[in-house]
Design a protein around this ligand. Structure first.
Ligand SMILES: Cc1ncc(COP(=O)(O)O)c(C=O)c1O
Length: 363
């Protein structure tokens, strides 16, 4: 069996460090807002080259906290891609804002930047791009587009799949937007052993507001200055994340090597490969095929696990599709119908990678 992603195997080398630190925390008892959370926030800021980080309960909350911190008028418009995880749009709706979808590029996993400008109205307050599959978006290009507009439009990027990614100018994803939101869900490139998330920013006012909102609107015990959320990163998850952060660059490097091998050797005409950014971190390696069901059958037979990211575009999601009526987002819909994610576990052996290539090339 070739597993899609074997967390246990990947982290084995860190288990004793993690258990020792957790035992010490049992004794100390600082489970919430303790030393490990503070040190993880500091370490993560350094890792993404951002001034400030605020840990929170999950990536969905990271987006909600970021959006709420801007105190935008109700129904302000937020531009986001039509192919992403449901959380991106749910966060917009939970924050009483109006989602405006923009399609992804053809054979690209990320928002078509050329289509952003025509979707900007007087009510647009946020652009919310998603570095899907770890492919970095050119945020500078979006900034350039926004310069043409008089009104203030913020950029909040969804970095849930892009820990360690760099843009084409080698700037760290997590340092280039007004606010950046990361999920630390177990299956992510940097994942906790439960739900967790983190927000980064270079702006002290955003930092202070987000920190306050995630702590029930409080900077000081019993003084609640905003109607906030209870969304904090706990000590035990922070211990795990601190340990795993030390290995993130090397595991991302392994992902890149596997992706480059797939790029080079997958040559079946029934497969379309996607174009990723230059310094992507390949949270997922996704290919497209019109014969996807046949490929699935063979992968199953050969005991190779696979995934879908995602089988529905946002305008097709049951919970929100009525908002978009019959509007089409062609490239996203094609990716939903034809996309399949191959294993990209950093610990895959050469033999396993070759087997996957051979199966994909011969169906
Ligand atoms: C693109 C994207 N945004 C947001 C999220 C939400 O993160 P979480 O599951 O930690 O709430 C995810 C997680 O899967 C994601 O992939």
């Amino acid at each position: 069996m070739i597993k899609f992603f074997d967390i246990f195997k990947n982290d084995k080398i860190l288990h004793s460090r993690i258990i020792n630190d957790i035992k010490k925390t049992f004794k100390k008892g600082d489970f919430i807002q303790g030393e490990h959370t503070k040190s993880f926030e500091k370490n993560f800021s350094k890792f993404v080259n951002a001034k400030y980080s605020v840990g929170c309960a999950n990536g969905t909350d990271a987006l909600i906290l970021a959006l709420k911190s801007l105190e935008l008028p109700i129904n302000s418009e937020v531009i986001l891609p039509s192919m992403t995880y449901c959380s991106t749009i749910f966060a917009v709706i939970q924050s009483n804002l109006k989602p405006v979808l923009v399609d992804i590029g053809l054979n690209s996993p990320t928002i078509d930047i050329n289509k952003i400008n025509r979707n900007i109205t007087k009510k647009t307050k946020v652009i919310l791009p998603v570095h899907l599959y770890g492919s970095a978006i050119n945020i500078d290009l979006i900034k350039k587009i926004l310069k043409k507009h008089k009104q203030k439009i913020f950029i909040i990027d969804d970095c849930a799949q892009a820990h360690g990614a760099l843009d084409d100018k080698k700037k760290n994803i997590g340092s280039t937007s007004d606010i950046s939101c990361f999920s630390l869900y177990p299956g992510k490139n940097l994942g906790a052993y439960g739900d967790a998330g983190i927000i980064t920013t270079n702006n002290i006012n955003h930092y202070k507001k987000i920190k306050n909102l995630g702590n029930l609107g409080s900077d000081q015990k019993f003084i609640h200055t905003n109607v906030g959320l209870n969304s904090r990163l706990d000590s035990i998850q922070a211990i795990i994340l601190n340990a795993k952060l030390t290995k993130l660059n090397s595991s991302n490097k392994k992902r890149r090597i596997i992706a480059n091998t797939y790029d080079k050797y997958i040559n079946n005409k029934k497969i379309i490969k996607l174009s990723y950014s230059k310094y992507a971190v390949y949270h997922q390696y996704v290919i497209k095929s019109k014969n996807r069901s046949k490929l699935i059958k063979i992968l199953k037979k050969k005991n190779i696990q696979y995934g879908f990211h995602y089988p529905f575009s946002i305008n097709q999601l049951h919970a929100v599709r009525k908002i978009f009526k019959k509007k089409k987002f062609r490239n996203s819909e094609i990716l939903a119908a034809q996309g399949i994610s191959l294993p990209i576990d950093p610990n895959l052996k050469k033999k396993q990678i070759n087997k996957i290539i051979q199966v994909v090339n011969n169906f």
